[in-house]
Write a protein that binds this ligand. Sequence first.
Ligand code: SF4
Ligand code: SF4
Length: 716
Amino acid sequence: MEVSFHREIEALKLGQGDVFHGEGILAVTKGLLQSGVTYVGGYQGSPISHLLDVMVQARPYLDELGVHVEACTNESSAAAMLAASIMYPARGAVTWKSVVGTNVASDALSNLASPGVLGGALIVVGEDYGEGASVIQERTHAFALKSALWLMDPRPNLPTIVRMVEHAFELSEASNTPVMMELRIRTCHVKGSFVASDNRVPAISGRRLQQQPPAFSYERLAHPPSTFRHEKLKYESRMPAARRYILQAGLNELLPGEHHELGLVVQGGLYNSLMRALQELGLADDSGHSRIPLLVLNVVYPLVPEQLEAFCRDKKAVLVVEEGQPEFIEQEIATHLRRAGIDTALHGKDLLPMGGEYNVEVLLRGLRPFLERHAPALGTQQLPQYLQSLADVRAQAAAVLQAPVPARPPNFCTGCPERPVFAALKLVQQDIGKLHISADIGCHSFATFEPFSFGHSILGYGMSLASSAAVKNFSAQRPIAIMGDGGFWHNGLLSGVSSALLNQGDGVLVIMKNGYTSATGTQETVSTPSSESKRVAEGSSATGTEMTIESTLRGMGVQWLKTVHNYKVAEVRDTLREAVTSPFRGLKVVVAEGECQLERQRRLRPIRAERLRQGLRTVRTRYGVDEDTCTGDHSCIRLSGCPTLTVKDATDPLKTAPVAHVTNGCVGCGLCGEVADAAVLCPSFHKIDIVAHPGFWERLSHRFNQWAIQLLQGHR
Ligand code: SF4
Ligand code: SF4
């Protein structure tokens, strides 16, 4: 990874009384160190990637504290790390993107939750839900319920987030139960400040070694008959202990308001949006005072029955503001109130949508009928100005945009090495017909959009080969599974490759070997080339000389294995066609090699800038289109999709169609030239080397060329 977190690492070193400024997710990182954490692990993914990225780069400082950091190969291995807290009084934290990461980790989580923990264990999950999410829309809450793990959902402000991180370890130790903390996208990226404390040196660490392992205890193993006792412990001992701690430490917040006949129970993470909605209704002021009492649940599981009952008992009506489906919190509150014989009217999903993000507009639309029904005197019947202004903007937009606006889906970066592979695959399909394509998680999933539209399924990270296992048996042509190197190491090696070998599967696997787990922020994998090999590879687009994926596949017994250079489109096309049509029975793997362009540019740009600063000869390559030759049929665009290959009006008045045009953003990856050659397109592309600080002979030859061109043009 070429991104530097130097500033963030300095913020981690702040001590007692210093003021920390930054994002919510970095506040969590600081909170972990202030809590005396012994070890941290995880698997990256939005919106929690920064937690792990910063920790990994901060290793030298963490070594001083004796804190161990591990960039795990998947969420399952991260969850398994927490086993260190089962028998040792060592605090540990792991992180990943949820709900997908929690799915992967759930086996280890179940086996962790059963025996419980001695040292505090915290699982920080990025709740990737709602607008801006990139995964299936499900709730982590379900995992907390099924395994009896406690779930925090802190109010999105930095002091509360840090306070909850510190309490999470206390809660975990008080109830011998791992604690999950769900951080929504908005919570991770909320900016603010808090007064820091000193980082705590952990009691057990790499600097304070344990001389003996703990005494053997079968009761601490998730094995029968211990598991039967564990189940009783969860509900008879651990949950009551957790509820006591939640009450005593005041983790949930009771915020009074003068309309005490009403009440709002809100997940902590939704507090900011709810306050904004109340403000629009004239029911909250700028300092955060609500005129309706609030129960803010910074811990959404377990709920504390006596707290809920006390809040609801004398109220006419309560609205539960709970995002996502199903309505776990609302159902539990209804059960507690019914059992306690409290007949307060309870609303939630009857007034608010069952699914989707609860933004301010959605909350306003839910609050209005609640208030109209139970407090008409508050005069909120009129359309608040906020909703009116949204409606006005939409009406204006609709008037301006008479015709539908074309969608602007996400796309590969300019010069991405994965684009040429899909261009080649398009050419293969032109030759041999349509193929079933199992897509996967990663940058290559951008090929599901135009101009490629490839992919018949996406079943999870590293699951493409496994998801083509049945399809290949009833398809006349072999299906192709696409996987990134991130997905390969995350899951694909075992779920896909070993299963295909065991079953003598006859599929085709294409592995995009770009050198990083690019889609999650270009983190390194075990096959990321070392800096040394990157230097060897300098000047080419190859990722270097390390061949770990290939050697792993050979070691596993893959017999049909070919590595291609992505930008050689004709070679990639021929290899893919061969893989699909070869008489060889068994798994065929094509390793498509080309370094992630984003990371490559991050690496090369500073080098280039330094050379320019020193006045050294520096070459930048880009491509161009000869407008006179371009026929305007745009076949090149349909085979590429590069954002810098676009169209412009022809300057020739006889050409009515716009011509292809390469903007200055071109990084000179070479795809344009290759695809024009492989697909036998028009010869309008040309390569341009832009030379800064040219040498004497180059300047001389340039002058001569200029002179010759002028002469010939004058002659013409
Ligand atoms: S991050 Fe890298 S692999 Fe992903 S689209 Fe950009 S260049 Fe391609
Ligand atoms: S050569 Fe073509 S595909 Fe590559 S960056 Fe330039 S315009 Fe994009």
